[in-house]
Ligand binder design. Structure first.
Ligand code: HEM
Length: 413
């Protein structure tokens, strides 16, 4: 039975088969038109958990995202399946806190992400991208995710945080395993090993870095956080460490996902690639269009703090409300030809969040990285083509290619 034929109330949004080749966009299209506030009762791998409401219209995401008093990030965490990461662990990161706790921490972390500070890193990021591309010299093929996207984003975020070059690989492996914990290829040992082995290692390594910066301040973000004060108070170590983990997780995975999806889309749409190559000023617009069509995070979740109504549907206090960015990004009421990848569109989208308190802290950094990655990759390899079938991480949370094999074509001078 195809996604088109299955009755809506029988479709659990976390059926792994449905996500094997990436997000089931056709299913989300049906939700938008037939049932924009949809209830999934069956939690499959998490049978003890209550089901959740799915929102797929941009307007509904805006409503929920902007009203933190009615829709809490803290109460049940930010994932549709609460049990995917222990709630207390999630709640120790400011992404899963409500004001005023959230605002105090975010304001401090924002000091590391001012536009000026980000712009200062432009030359460094371009240098990193060029060095990684140089490693492909002499090769006819490559695999975009592991050969370009992964090392670049890992080096950039690790540089920001002050992690030594020799530790970059260890950190990025750790974070990838934790975020794709349910994918047996990425994490064959299963969820248990994340809590017993991987998270303790994250804490230990982050604590060592915090201790080092306390003794010897430097210019990196970890040092900024260790020495920063809000209202005369310093951050506690556990606040720094959990924020550190949040940045490493968000910074590693998401930009990698969007770059890989953008490359895939360009290679699958040679007319769009040709347009871009003819006018590289379209890179920023291509970045926004890739963010719109392939949001790196499929969803974030809120929990209703009181009985309320969304788009005519009654929601009870305590209900889970899931904002599907992969649905809203293709909302026909928001975008003409919503399913078409158009490098000239330069859309306003919700893939960094639909407004409100939790809007992405790293959006300026992500945009800069994506711009440089696309500029450098396609000006060097304009004749790049797909070389086999791309594969996806099986996840209803991260929207990420596992492998994207390509032929590079001749290197342009
Ligand atoms: C393409 C890249 C990225 C995408 C699509 C993305 C997406 C998002 C989204 C949708 C949210 C909102 C979460 C919510 O409403 O509950 C968010 C929050 C956040 N992002 Fe990003 N992100 C990206 C890159 C980054 C980078 C590079 C960093 C840091 C280095 C980062 C750090 C954060 C943090 C710390 C938050 C939490 C903000 C808060 O709760 O106030 N993100 N991101």
């Amino acid at each position: 039975m195809s996604e088109q034929e299955i009755p809506l109330d029988e479709i659990p949004a976390f059926d792994e088969e449905m996500w094997a080749d990436g997000p089931p966009y056709e299913f989300f299209k049906r939700l938008r038109s037939e049932c924009p506030v949809h209830f999934t009762a069956d939690m499959l791998d998490f049978p003890d958990e209550p089901g959740f409401w799915s929102l797929t219209k941009a307007e509904d995401l805006r409503t929920v995202s902007r009203d933190w008093e009615t829709f809490s990030s803290e109460r049940g965490g930010i994932l549709a399946a609460t049990g995917a990461l222990p709630l207390e662990l999630m709640q120790s990161m400011f992404i899963a806190m409500d004001p005023p706790k959230h605002d105090r921490l975010k304001a401090l972390f924002q000091r590391g992400f001012t536009p000026k500070r980000i712009a200062m890193h432009e030359d460094e990021i371009r240098q990193i991208v060029r060095e990684e591309l140089d490693k492909l010299d002499g090769q006819e093929t490559c695999e975009i995710v592991h050969d370009i996207a992964q090392p670049v984003v890992a080096r950039v975020i690790c540089g920001f945080m002050g992690i030594a070059d020799e530790d970059v690989l260890i950190w990025s492996d750790l974070i990838n395993t934790i975020l794709a914990a349910n994918d047996p290829d990425v994490n064959p040992e299963g969820l248990q090993s994340i809590m017993e082995r991987d998270m303790p290692l994250v804490f230990e390594k982050a604590q060592a870095l915090v201790n080092a910066r306390r003794e010897n301040p430097t210019e990196d973000l970890t040092s900024v956080l260790v020495h920063a004060e809000v209202d005369g108070e310093k951050l506690e170590d556990h606040e720094i460490i959990m924020g550190f983990f949040l940045l490493m997780a968000a910074g590693n995975d998401s930009t990698k996902s969007t770059f890989s999806s953008a490359v895939r889309a360009l290679l699958e749409h040679p007319d769009q690639k040709a347009k871009l190559l003819a006018n590289m000023d379209l890179v920023p617009s291509t970045v926004e269009e890739s963010l719109r069509m392939f949001p790196a995070f499929a969803h974030f979740r809120r929990t209703a703090t009181k009985d309320t109504v969304i788009n005519g549907q009654e929601i009870k206090e305590g209900d889970k409300v899931v904002m599907w960015y992969i649905g809203a990004g293709r909302d026909e009421d928001e975008f003409e030809r919503a399913d078409e990848f158009d490098v000239e569109r330069n859309p306003t989208h919700q893939s960094f969040g639909a407004g409100g308190r939790h809007f992405c802290l790293g959006s300026a950094l992500a945009r800069l990285e994506l711009k440089i990655l696309l500029e450098e990759t396609f000006s060097r390899y304009p004749e790049m083509e797909l070389d086999g079938t791309p594969t996806h991480v099986v996840s209803g949370f991260v929207n990420q290619l596992k492998a994207l094999p390509v032929t590079l074509g001749p290197r342009a001078s």
